[in-house]
Design a binder for this molecule. Structure first.
Ligand code: SF4
Length: 293
């Protein structure tokens, strides 16, 4: 694990060492989505009060942990039937409208998981499961936890599980900065080529994949470095006395409806109010991932 003192430094233009910007892909994405939300999440202490938990987050966490535990189980026990025990053991109950909705979502998620692990080779051991990978550039000290890193034909492949919106396609895999940064870091950690990234959509059993080139990965890293520079400039402005709302301005968008800080932010005042369980309700209504659908 990288300790603060171990983070290498580079010389800035004035000859003084500049610290690398320590970050994860989600930290960078948070600033890109809305600088104010970034400030509430990563700078303001104490953190402003958040809204109540979302059912779709509970569902995502439950499914991810179940798949992690699948790989923690001995290969000869990796059968679809164990998913009921695994999902029960990791189920997060927060955010659902009532017991009936929670039960319906549990049954649906169990179906996704049983169908998904049926497609996996039980004796196959990935390079990493919920594995943290890290890399440094001249600007970034980057780390992030990939859902799964497979070994295929001598190369590493990034796998990201999705439980949310349907219709993910190759463009989503290609455009995901997080997946590209995981690939960049995984190549360095495992010392092998890593250019393929995949989104595994559990409800539909579909895979959206993209093969990066070294150039496209370099472009994503450069974009991440640009975001990091913007964040560091905003942090300097804040330290120099710029008002917080000017250094980290609001960036209202459709995301405001799902923002944990909308109650403390005027930017979200006009956004449609979403119930905690609304995203999963919509998915149930559309029959997403229904067995036989
Ligand atoms: S409510 Fe909207 S504008 Fe305000 S912090 Fe959240 S995402 Fe940003």
């Amino acid at each position: 694990m990288t300790r603060d003192r171990a983070v290498p430094q580079q010389l800035g233009f004035d000859g003084m060492p500049e610290r690398l910007f320590v970050c994860t892909p989600s930290k960078l994405a948070s600033f890109d989505d809305c600088p104010r939300r970034y400030r509430h999440t990563y700078i303001d202490r104490p953190t402003p009060p958040k809204g109540p938990p979302w059912a779709h987050n509970s569902l995502g966490a439950s499914v991810h942990t179940s798949l992690k535990n699948w790989y923690a189980t001995a290969p000869d026990r990796r059968r679809p039937e164990i998913m009921l025990t695994l999902l029960r053991g990791t189920w997060v109950r927060e955010g659902y409208r009532d017991d009936a909705q929670e039960r319906e979502v549990f049954d649906r998620a169990l179906g996704w998981l049983e169908a998904y692990v049926e497609t996996l080779d039980p004796v196959d051991e990935p390079l990493g499961v919920e594995r943290t990978v890290a890399a440094k550039t001249s600007v970034l000290a980057l780390s992030g936890r990939a859902d799964r890193i497979d070994s295929r034909d001598g190369e590493a492949v990034i796998v990201d599980y999705k439980t949310g919106r349907t219709g993910l396609d190759q463009d989503d895999a290609r455009g995901s900065q997080a997946l590209a940064l995981y690939a960049y870091a995984a190549a360095r950690v495992f010392r092998r080529r890593c250019v393929r990234v995949e989104l595994h959509h559990l409800p539909t059993g579909t895979v959206a994949a993209h093969e990066h080139t070294e150039e496209s990965l370099a472009r994503q890293v450069a974009r991440a470095e640009g975001t990091a520079r913007d964040i560091m400039a905003a942090e300097r402005a804040l330290a120099d006395g710029t008002p917080p709302d000017a250094a980290f301005p609001m960036q209202p968008s459709s995301l405001c409806s799902w923002c944990d800080f909308r109650k403390v932010c005027p930017g979200g005042a006009d956004a449609p109010v979403k119930q905690q369980w609304e995203a999963v309700d919509n998915a149930l209504a559309r029959g997403v991932g229904e067995r036989g659908a």
